[in-house]
Design a protein around this ligand. Structure first.
Ligand code: GDP
Length: 419
């Protein structure tokens, strides 16, 4: 049904969920860095009063960890991996999603190449191969490069080709989506290698299947292998070439058969998943028509005669994209940020404990000396209150002001002590 596309138009772009989460976790980590800087100042401010080398080392460790996470965060992206047997229409589906003829299609023999498309800030884009990672090739030569590679590869080898395509041309790439097309192979050891190396970190998987041909044993085995490796919760099924079904007499029957087979594949491991839920992941489409419609819209191709039901198939393709984007964005936020968020929290806790220890040591030191105790205690209480506050909240919300005040007091204490 086209309900989703029509009624959800007002809601925000799912791909933005990821971007927003990425932004807010980055802000959190920046604030955490400030806390770490504060503890660093406190340690330095306390001078030679107490043995600080251990604390200093810990703070350095915290800073290194946070910096590493921030680097990873900046590079994080969403990833969708396509798989299916050769000539099922994977390249065409990817091109349709990008509204660009990025991948060459109908090249059945390049079975051992894994193609990855990612966004590039460069105007023309370029291609990098695993064998010559330092020699960028032009996008125009992609087909030739792939053919050459495929010919050069021995039977059991695979090669990874990165296509860096201009972000300005495709929304998906602009929003940080990376698309991977797997080798269209049957069941070999290569498949496992491929899944492990390039797919396990994908947020969603799209199985492209030829809806006109009947499911072959190779395909069944292939599905079996894939489902052993991946969690089926994030798999979508594109039953492609559905435009061809208009020539068949038994469309309804074929459709039911496909649904049953693919539901079995999708949910054999998921207990309690019902048919309706499963159906939300299966789409009868025509990637070829979707691509053509979009190229016509962009004025890059002339409109061709339409087969009956083309509009409906296109709406289904749009629904597929929307569902995929929602799933991908949600999954990416969860898998990529949740762990780091927890790490941030634990560093905050550790850092707080560290600062408390330092304060305790300072207090003990002061106690041993004869200063104006009342005055001192007031300052220390204030400082501890600040620290408890941010510890309780467990956010990284120690603002510059709080850090500033604490630093000032730390300095005052030190001056006082050294006087
Ligand atoms: P891949 O090997 O899985 O990447 O498949 P390709 O995308 O290269 O497609 C193989 C051939 O099928 C190409 O000639 C495409 O034009 C054609 N094809 C792809 N999708 C469709 C479709 O939905 N309908 C029809 N009729 N042909 C398609």
């Amino acid at each position: 049904s086209n309900r989703r596309v029509l009624t959800d138009a007002g809601s925000s772009d799912p791909l933005q969920w990821f971007a927003q989460a990425q932004q807010s976790i980055t802000v959190n980590f920046k604030e955490l860095l400030e806390i770490i800087d504060y503890s660093d100042t406190l340690i330095k401010g306390s001078g030679e009063l107490i043995a600080m080398s251990e604390c200093q080392q810990k703070v350095t460790e915290h800073r290194q960890k946070v910096c590493r996470v921030m680097e990873v965060l900046a590079r994080d992206h969403m990833k969708v991996a396509f798989f299916g047997v050769t000539l099922s229409g994977k390249s065409t589906a990817i091109n349709a999603m990008l509204s660009e003829k990025v991948l060459p299609f109908g090249m059945g023999h390049r079975t051992n190449c894994i193609l990855q498309i990612e966004g590039s800030d460069s105007e023309n884009g370029y291609v990098l191969t695993e064998r010559e990672p330092d020699t960028p090739k032009s996008i125009e030569q992609l087909e030739i490069s792939i053919k050459k590679l495929a010919d050069a590869l021995k039977n059991n080898e695979s090669n990874f080709v990165r296509i860096l395509f201009p972000k300005t041309k495709c929304r998906l790439l602009r929003e940080g989506v990376v698309l991977v097309e797997g080798p269209g192979i049957g069941v070999t050891t290569e498949l496992n290698l491929w899944l492990d190396k390039f797919c396990l970190d994908a947020d969603v998987f799209v199985l492209v299947s030829d809806a006109v041909a009947t499911l072959t044993q190779t395909e069944k085995n292939f599905f079996q292998k894939v489902s052993e490796r991946l969690s089926s919760t994030n798999i979508f099924v594109l039953l492609n070439r559905w435009d061809q079904s208009v020539f068949e007499d038994d469309v309804a029957e074929v459709r039911e058969q496909h649904i049953d087979r693919h539901l079995e594949f999708l949910y054999q491991e998921l207990n309690g998943m019902d048919r309706d839920k499963g159906l939300e992941r299966i789409f009868f489409v025509s990637a070829k028509e979707a691509l053509s419609t979009r190229l016509v819209e962009k004025g890059e191709e002339r409109a061709k005669a339409q087969l009956p039901g083309q509009e409906e198939r296109h709406i289904r393709f749009c629904n597929f994209e929307r569902a995929l984007e929602e799933c991908m964005s949600q999954t990416a936020v969860k898998t990529k940020f949740e762990r780091n968020n927890n790490l941030g929290k634990s560093i905050t806790t550790e850092n707080c404990a560290l600062v408390k220890d330092i304060l305790k040591s300072i207090r003990q030191h002061i106690d041993r000396m004869r200063f104006d105790r009342n005055e001192m205690a007031k300052h220390l209480d204030f400082m501890e209150r600040q620290l408890t506050m941010f510890k309780c909240e467990f956010k990284y919300k120690i603002t510059k002001t709080v850090a500033g005040v604490c630093t000032e007091i730390a300095k005052m204490l030190t001056d006082e002590i050294n006087r």
